[in-house]
Design a protein around this ligand. Structure first.
Ligand code: FES
Length: 571
């Protein structure tokens, strides 16, 4: 084994070696722990303000068990944690900031390998992005989904159930008391959202990328096997250090292609598009929107889980979890079988024998849950650089639709007008929301799945075409066009749409077209003015450097990796 990085700190006989070791010894570590054994950083996103990750200190203890068993020296460290439901204006606004914390914490500290503890939506991409820019041996461990929500005798899914119940209250079909009762029924155990929202999608992406041990995506947070996986993860990272199995050997183009395929097959979140492009950018693998359409859009959805289907992650686990999906993709000759994974095996070796225990939850490739369900990338004069839609969560009859635009200039204008009975809107209209993109909101909030007007809900309307530069929660559903690029706040064509304009959505032909002539658009363009850049702090840095959604919404100066070497001592 080559001399480990941590020995640049601990393997010294001089003043600096004293300094690096002695202060650590105030925790009671004996001298022999600094003898050259692998030092494993456990990058923890525990926070009581990130409820989905609130069990991570316990989980870290199981990782440590494994690290000790394998002869390593585990050291847990905190990084910025992003609680999707608590952070304003949106957790996504801080994804890149958290990734910088992760990157610099790894690079600046004496560790040889890293375990990433990830759960709530943005904690997964921020950790993968930051770690990729250092490129040490790294392994992912997700916190696991919550148990199924249960309400009035039925399953109730995170997020998805909330959108449904909200509509019932707004349509006058549910009392507020019942609505409040549902709060504690929906989220009744530790873990992250148990629908195939962004957290479960990204946990699946971690597994499909080969960045975790098999089974990572679906084991519920409270299942003892989650702790077992944590212990095995701790054991494994020590060997990865010995083998110098760094991230760039796993995160290859083939790995990202497997992630795109898997995302389609699980009916995964549209957020995965942005996050995967951003992670690929850090590790320097070329990946763009077209890859998602070409590789994934014609694939069937195999997994019958909310929001695309009816089951939840607990059911997915009992049915066999992601290995079954990957096996189906492999047998259909789609999976890049040789892609290396963190256990040192090609992905196919990990999943070739995976068994399915419930074909209503995980369908066979030949008899899919939904055909042609991968994320589709739309272009046209309304989205020259692309927009995305998740057909598996949309209404089939709306995938080709022409309608009159009803425009909301800001999220505030939307909230103030949507409940107005006098709003000039019917179910054939196209709802357009502006200024909710990366720069506009800021942080590209999950507001693209706009609530429908109550007067239409009362009529029994359950879906309409909605278009915005925002994202939507992975738990959300509907015929929702998202991530329109360039965003309105950057002067993209979306900024030029007026109420009354006609818009054509044609998903089979990948078209998003504003039916306004060029002369009129030029006239409107000349009147458009950008909002001022914030004056200080993270908001200013973010606004000046954030890229558009088609580039992963990373900061332009964070793309790429700098490795983990730091030449200078601290004193
Ligand atoms: Fe944390 Fe959904 S809110 S995963």
């Amino acid at each position: 084994m080559k001399k480990l990085r941590s020995q640049e700190w601990y393997g010294r006989q001089d003043r600096d070696g004293f300094l690096y070791r002695s202060w650590m010894k105030n925790q009671g570590w004996p001298h022999d722990l600094f003898d050259g054994r692998p030092v494993i950083g456990i990058c923890n996103t525990w926070s009581e303000l990130t409820p989905c990750n609130a069990h991570f200190r316990e989980l870290a203890e199981f990782v440590k068990r494994g690290v000790w068993e394998a002869g390593g020296f585990p050291l847990e460290f905190p990084v910025m944690s992003l609680g999707e439901t608590q952070l304003r204006p949106t957790a996504m606004f801080f994804r890149n900031l958290a990734s910088m914390d992760v990157e610099e914490s790894i690079r600046g500290n004496p560790m040889d390998g890293v375990v990433l503890l990830m759960g709530c939506d943005k904690t997964t991409p921020s950790l993968l992005m930051g770690a990729a820019s250092c490129d040490l041996p790294t392994i992912g461990l997700s916190g696991g989904p919550m148990l199924n929500g249960k309400f009035h005798g039925k399953d109730l899914g995170s997020g998805t159930g909330l959108w449904q119940l909200t509509d019932e209250v707004r349509a006058g079909k549910m009392k507020l008391e019942e609505f409040f009762e549902a709060e504690s029924c929906m989220h009744r155990s530790k873990g992250h959202c148990m629908t195939m929202g962004t957290a479960s999608t990204m946990a699946s992406m971690v597994e499909a990328l080969g960045m975790s041990l098999p089974g990572n995506a679906a084991i519920p947070a409270v299942d003892a096997r989650r702790n077992t996986l944590a212990q095995l993860t701790g054991r494994r990272i020590v060997q990865m250090v010995k083998d110098d199995l760094c991230m760039s050997k796993i995160l290859t183009r083939e790995a990202f292609e497997n992630a795109i395929l898997a995302n389609a097959a699980i009916g995964g979140s549209t957020n995965a598009v942005i996050h995967l492009i951003a992670i690929a950018g850090r590790i320097r693998v070329p990946l763009n929107l077209t890859d998602f359409d070409q590789l994934g859009s014609s694939l069937p959805c195999l997994v019958n889980i909310q929001p695309s289907g009816k089951y939840l992650m607990e059911d997915f686990f009992y049915a066999g979890g992601l290995p079954v999906v990957l096996r189906e993709l492999g047998e259909a000759n789609l999976l890049r079988r040789d892609a290396l994974t963190v256990n040192g095996q090609p992905i196919w070796k990990n999943v070739a024998e995976a068994l399915c225990w419930n074909r209503d939850v995980i369908h066979q490739f030949a008899e899919p849950f939904k055909p042609n369900a991968g994320i589709a990338v739309l272009r046209g004069n309304l989205a020259p650089d692309g927009a995305v839609i998740k057909p598996s969560a949309a209404s089939p009859q709306l995938l080709q639709h022409r309608g009159r635009a009803v425009v909301f200039e800001t999220i505030e204008q939307f909230h103030s007008r949507i409940n107005d009975e006098a709003l000039d809107i019917d179910e054939s209209c196209v709802m357009v929301l502006k200024n909710c993109g990366p720069r506009g909101y800021p942080g590209m909030a999950e507001v693209g799945n706009m609530m429908l007007p109550p007067k239409l809900l009362r009529k029994g309307v359950t879906d309409m075409v909605r278009i915005s530069d925002a994202r939507m929660s992975g738990t959300a559903y509907g015929t929702v066009v998202l991530h329109v690029c360039p965003e309105a706040a950057m002067g993209g064509p979306l900024a030029l749409v007026h109420s009354g304009d006609m818009i054509t959505l044609d998903v089979p032909n990948r078209l998003l077209q504003l039916e306004v002539n060029e002369e009129t658009l030029n006239c409107r363009r000349s009147e458009w003015r950008p909002a001022p850049i914030p004056e200080r702090g993270w908001q200013k840095l973010y606004a000046e450097h954030v890229m558009q959604a088609d580039k992963g919404a990373d900061l332009d100066f964070l793309v790429g990796r700098s490795g983990a070497r730091v030449a200078r001592d601290s004193h």
